[in-house]
Design a protein around this ligand. Structure first.
Ligand code: ARG
Length: 483
């Protein structure tokens, strides 16, 4: 076993079990690009400040780049006895370039180093998540554009409630995801500050230029307090919170896909590419991908709770407990990334059954509100109008009818205020069109919302025509083409 890097004070090596227990390299080796980037910024600054000779700094920088190349070529040996990503890279550097490699760690500690690495990693991961979200939003917009004419029941309490447009439902998903995107980018501001130069806890006696390393690494500024910079993980908690909320949105979409693809709803048929069969029941087409998005949401929320509990009672400043921050953060981003991509795939290829949605509209008295509104518009207090409409529904159920099947005379038995125009008011298309309020499901309102979102996505550089080609998301109802 190698000599401990913190060497001098220790007569014996770390116990084998203790080593295995405390090593984190299997998890944190993912931080190698950030770790090397941070080290290069640090060493350049040390030279600029006259703390290292420029020749030394150049040698170290070149050595770090060689290590990077070896890692990327798969030629790097990650050693558990070197504990973590930082020690693996530094030891390999020193092996390659000699004792001068040991100067890299001047005026630095793994405490500010690891905090820097995590902030760099999370910043990239946020940007990647946002890019994927934009693609998913694009798919939703494309599908919404093709389904403005499709009417469906809107639900409350999972009971058919009032008629809406399918596009209005899809665009409701868009709204939540847009807020998630905004939350991610807001959290990014607090991620993007530099701990580097805080050293172990109390900064250092060397005259560092923290502004310089912050700038070089693309951070907005150095963090103001060295204890805070090395000990707080609130930036991770915040990001995990945002990812959890995002996951809950993804989960709710997935849940609706599961419901809609059931025979009971029959509103959609998901493509073969994202459904599975049963080994025993040949008729089945299971929405496994949507179910897994739902299931994995538990993991993402678990990751948030994991880190909350890990950090809740830690005294300042760094404690080794903080090493446990990586797994939940990596796992949350990995899971959310895959879930977004899978749902985009599902939505791109889903066949919307407008016939089934329309059939569901005819059944369930979704026009009962129309009757109440009709009477209220003619002066009857709404509470009373609601009552009249309820009595008609109850009579229709008794007589096995729908509301439009009542004659005007039958309706007038309940209220004199009914006239010929009531039958028009019960038409579902007209009922939706009358909900012509900002944010409502009338065609013009839905189209305006889609147009706005399309412009937003285009301004972000999303090419919707290309996206539609790449994902197979069609701005038409596939069902009609199938014959
Ligand atoms: N692997 C450690 C972590 O992730 C690096 C920091 C170690 N610092 C220390 N004082 N032991 O937290």
């Amino acid at each position: 076993m190698s000599k401990k890097a913190w060497g001098g004070r220790f007569a014996t090596e770390l116990n084998e079990t203790a080593l295995r227990f405390s090593a984190s390299v299997d998890v944190d080796k993912r931080l190698y690009p950030q770790d090397i980037r941070g080290s290069i910024a640090h060493v350049r600054m040390l030279a600029a400040q006259g703390i290292l000779e420029s020749a030394e700094a150049e040698k170290i920088e070149k050595g770090l780049n060689d290590v990077l190349a070896r890692i990327e070529a798969g030629e790097f040996e990650w050693r558990v006895d070197r504990e973590d990503v930082h020690m693996n890279i530094e030891s390999a550097l020193t092996e390659a370039i000699g004792p001068v490699g040991g100067k890299l760690h001047t005026a630095r500690s793994r405490n500010d180093q690891v905090a820097t690495d995590m902030r760099l990693w999370v910043r990239d991961a946020i940007d990647d998540t946002v890019t994927r979200l934009d693609r998913f939003l694009g798919v939703l917009v494309i599908r919404a554009e093709g389904t403005v004419s499709v009417l469906m029941p809107g639900y409350t309490h999972l009971q058919r409630a009032q008629p809406i447009r399918l596009a209005h439902h899809l665009m409701a998903w868009v709204e939540g995801l847009e807020r998630d995107r905004a939350r991610l980018l807001d959290a990014r501001k607090r991620v993007n500050e530099s701990p580097l130069g805080s050293a172990a806890l109390a900064s250092t006696t060397f005259p560092l230029d923290r502004e310089r390393t912050a700038k070089e690494l693309g951070f907005d500024r150095p963090l103001r307090n060295s204890l805070d910079a090395t000990a707080d993980r609130d930036f991770l908690l915040e990001v995990l919170s945002v990812l959890s909320i995002l996951s809950v949105h993804l989960c709710r979409i997935a849940e609706e896909l599961v419901l809609w693809s059931s025979q009971e709803f029959g509103f959609i048929e998901m493509s073969d590419a994202v459904t599975t069969g049963s080994s025993i029941m040949p008729q089945k087409k299971n929405p496994d991908m949507a179910e897994l998005v739902r299931g994995k949401t538990g993991r993402v929320i678990g990751n948030l709770v994991n880190l909350l509990v890990t950090t809740k009672a830690l005294p300042l400043a760094y404690n080794r407990d903080l090493q446990e921050d990586k797994r939940p953060v990596f796992d949350a981003f990995d899971t959310v990334r895959d879930s977004i991509d899978i749902l985009a795939l599902c939505l791109a290829g889903t066949n919307f059954r407008d016939d089934r949605m329309r059939a569901a509209l005819a059944d369930g008295f979704l026009d009962a509100t129309e009757i109440a509104d009709f009477l209220a518009a003619r002066g009857m207090p709404f509470r009373e109008a609601h009552h009249v409409s309820g009595r008609l529904v109850s009579r229709a159920i008794r007589e096995g009818k729908t509301l439009p099947e009542f004659s005007l005379d039958e309706l007038r038995e309940e209220s004199e205020l009914f006239d010929e125009s009531i039958h028009e008011a019960l038409d579902m298309e007209i009922a939706v069109e009358r909900r012509n309020v900002y944010g409502g499901p009338a065609r013009a309102r839905v189209e305006a919302a889609i147009r706005e979102e399309r412009a937003t996505l285009e301004a972000r550089g999303i090419d919707l025509a290309l996206l539609s080609e790449e994902t197979g998301a069609q701005p038409v109802i596939r069902y009609e083409d199938e014959g």
